[in-house]
Design a protein around this ligand. Structure first.
Ligand code: C2E
Ligand code: CA
Ligand code: CA
Length: 443
C-alpha cells in the first residue's frame, strides 16, 4: 500500500514524506555531519538532487491526490536503488536529495542513471500508463566545503539539467571546473560517458554495416559497427568503447549490439538477402557466465541459422586464461556460430597457440594492410601468415583496404576476402539493403 502523503505547498515546504524520507529541514544539518565525518577519512560527499519533470502537468491532469501517491511510489523507487548508508530527503513537492559518501565519478553517474531507469518504469495512474522522467544535479564536495554550498551546487546542477530539456543528469559547475583543471582527456571522457548514458536511456545507439567482399566480388559477410549519436553529436566507437569499458557500460552496449546484429541478420534473410552478420564482442561479455544464454536466446528469438552469425574477438581474448572465457568460446563454436580473430597483427601474436584456437576466421588489422604493398616485410608476414592460417582451416580477411594496390596485394597473398572504404563505408541498415540488392544484381 502507498503511504498517504500530505500535499505540500511550494518548494520551501517542510513535512515528512513517505516512510524513510527525511524532511528538507534536516538536509543541511545532516550534510554538515556527513561532511565532517568524511573529512576525517579524506572522502568526498556526493549529492544528487532529483526533480521530477513536468510534475505540475501530472498533478493538474490527475489531481493532487494522485500526484501525492505518485510521489510516494517514486520515493520508494529511489530508495530501492540507493546504496546502504545513503540518505534521502524530500526537498519540495517533487524534489528529492540523496546524500552519500562518494565512491567515484563513475559510481555517482551509475547511481544517477539507475535512478533515472527506475523512475521511468511505467506507472498506471487511473488506467493511463505514465512514464516519469527526472532532471538530476550531481555534485561531489571539495575539502572544507560547507553544507550550504554542497546543497546549492547540486540544486544549481539540477536546474542546468532542466534547462537542457530534462531527463538527464548534469554535474555542477564546480565539478566541471575541477575536471577542466585536470587533463582534457578526463573532461572528454566525462562528456563521452554522459552521452553513452543518454544514448542508452533515450536511444541514440545504432549499428552500421560494412560489407566484406570475396575476391570474386561476392558478399562474404557484413560487419556490424556500433555508432552513438546524441543531440546531433556523433562519437566514434574507437572513442566510446574504451570509455564504456572503463565505466562498466560495455556489457550493456555489447548485449544491445548482439541482439540488434542478430535481428538484422534475420531481417536480411526474410528479405531474401541471406548475409552473415559479424558482431564485435568485448572481454566483459565473454567473462560473463550468461553470455551463451544471451547468444542462444537471441538466435532463437530472431529465428536465424547460427551460420548467419559470426563473432569478432581480439586475439588476446582467445588467449585469455579465464575458464569462463574458454568455456564460452568452446560453447559458441558448438552452436555453429563463427568466431573470427579480430585485429590480427596488433597484439603479441603468438603463432604457436594459433593452432589451438577455436576460430574459423582470421582478420588482418588495417594498420597492417595499410603498409601494403610497399613494405615488403609486412607483405612477407601477410603471405606466410595466410598460408599458416589456411593450413589450420581458417578463412583469411583483410580490413582497411582503401586502394586497388592493397586489394591486389591481398589477392596475391591468397586472402579470401577484403573489407574497407574501397568497397564501401559502414552504412545504416536501410542503405545496406539497397547496397546488397544492387550488388547481388551485378554479381
Ligand atoms: P574494428 O573491429 O577493427 O572495426 C573496423 C574499424 O575500421 C571500424 O571503425 C571501421 O569503420 C574502420 N574501417 C573500415 N574500413 C576502413 C578503411 O578502409 N580505412 C580505415 N581507416 N578505417 C576503416 P569504427 O567503426 O570506428 O570502430 C572502431 C572499433 O570499435 C572497432 O574496430 C571495434 O573494435 C570497436 N567496435 C565497434 N562496434 C563494436 C561493438 O558493437 N562492440 C564492441 N565490443 N566493439 C565495437
Ligand atoms: Ca571487428
Ligand atoms: Ca581492426
Amino acid at each position: 500500500m502507498l503511504a498517504a502523503i500530505a500535499p505540500m505547498q511550494g518548494r520551501q515546504g517542510g513535512g515528512v514524506g513517505p516512510e524513510g524520507l527525511l524532511p528538507r529541514a534536516e538536509a543541511s544539518r545532516f550534510a554538515s555531519r556527513l561532511l565532517e565525518t568524511n573529512a576525517a577519512s579524506g572522502r568526498a560527499v556526493a549529492a544528487i538532487w532529483i526533480d521530477v519533470d513536468r510534475f505540475r502537468q501530472l498533478n493538474d491532469t490527475f489531481g493532487h491526490g494522485c500526484g501525492d501517491q505518485l510521489i510516494g511510489v517514486l520515493a520508494s523507487r529511489i530508495q530501492s536503488v540507493s546504496p546502504a548508508g545513503s540518505h534521502c530527503f524530500r526537498m519540495g513537492i517533487d524534489e528529492f536529495l540523496l546524500l552519500l559518501t562518494a565512491e567515484s565519478v563513475t559510481g555517482t553517474e551509475q547511481l544517477a542513471a539507475r535512478i533515472g531507469q527506475v523512475l521511468e518504469q511505467a506507472l498506471s495512474v487511473q488506467g493511463v500508463n505514465v512514464h516519469v522522467t527526472a532532471s538530476m544535479g550531481l555534485h561531489h564536495s571539495q575539502p572544507q566545503e560547507l553544507a550550504e554550498r554542497l546543497l546549492a551546487c547540486a540544486d544549481q546542477a539540477m536546474f542546468a539539467a532542466k534547462r537542457l530539456g530534462g531527463n538527464r543528469f548534469v554535474w555542477s559547475d564546480d565539478d566541471l571546473a575541477r575536471v577542466s583543471m585536470g587533463t582534457d582527456q578526463t573532461r572528454r571522457e566525462l562528456a563521452v560517458a554522459s552521452m553513452l548514458h543518454q544514448a542508452l536511456q533515450q536511444g541514440g545507439l545504432s549499428l552500421r554495416y560494412q560489407p566484406v567482399l570475396g575476391m570474386q566480388g561476392t558478399v562474404e559477410a557484413v560487419e556490424a559497427l556500433m555508432s552513438c549519436e546524441v543531440g546531433g553529436v556523433a562519437v566514434s566507437p574507437a572513442e566510446f568503447i574504451p570509455v564504456a569499458e572503463k565505466i562498466g557500460l560495455i556489457g550493456k552496449l555489447g548485449e544491445w549490439s548482439l541482439m540488434e546484429g542478430i535481428q538484422c541478420a534475420a531481417r536480411l534473410h526474410r528479405r531474401g538477402l541471406p548475409t552473415k552478420v559479424a558482431i564485435n564482442v568485448s572481454r566483459a561479455q565473454l567473462l560473463s557466465e550468461g553470455f551463451l544464454a544471451a547468444l542462444e536466446g537471441a538466435l532463437l528469438c530472431a529465428d536465424v541459422p547460427p551460420q548467419s552469425v559470426e563473432l569478432e574477438l581480439t586475439e588476446s581474448l582467445f588467449m585469455e586464461q579465464s575458464s569462463t572465457v574458454q568455456r564460452n568460446l568452446q560453447r559458441i563454436r558448438e552452436t555453429g556460430v563463427g568466431l573470427a580473430i579480430d585485429d590480427f597483427g596488433t597484439g603479441y601474436s603468438c603463432l604457436a597457440t594459433l593452432k589451438d584456437l577455436p576460430a574459423t576466421k582470421l582478420k588482418f588489422d588495417k594498420a597492417f594492410i595499410q603498409c601494403l604493398p610497399d613494405d615488403i616485410r609486412v607483405l612477407a608476414i601477410v603471405r606466410s601468415m595466410t598460408d599458416l592460417a589456411h593450413f589450420l582451416g581458417l578463412v583469411v580477411v583483410a580490413e582497411g583496404v582503401e586502394t586497388e594496390a592493397q586489394l591486389r596485394a591481398c589477392e596475391d597473398a591468397g586472402l579470401e576476402a577484403t573489407q574497407g572504404y574501397l568497397h564501401a563505408r559502414p552504412m545504416p541498415e536501410n542503405q545496406l539493403v539497397s547496397w546488397l540488392e544492387n550488388h547481388c544484381h551485378d554479381h
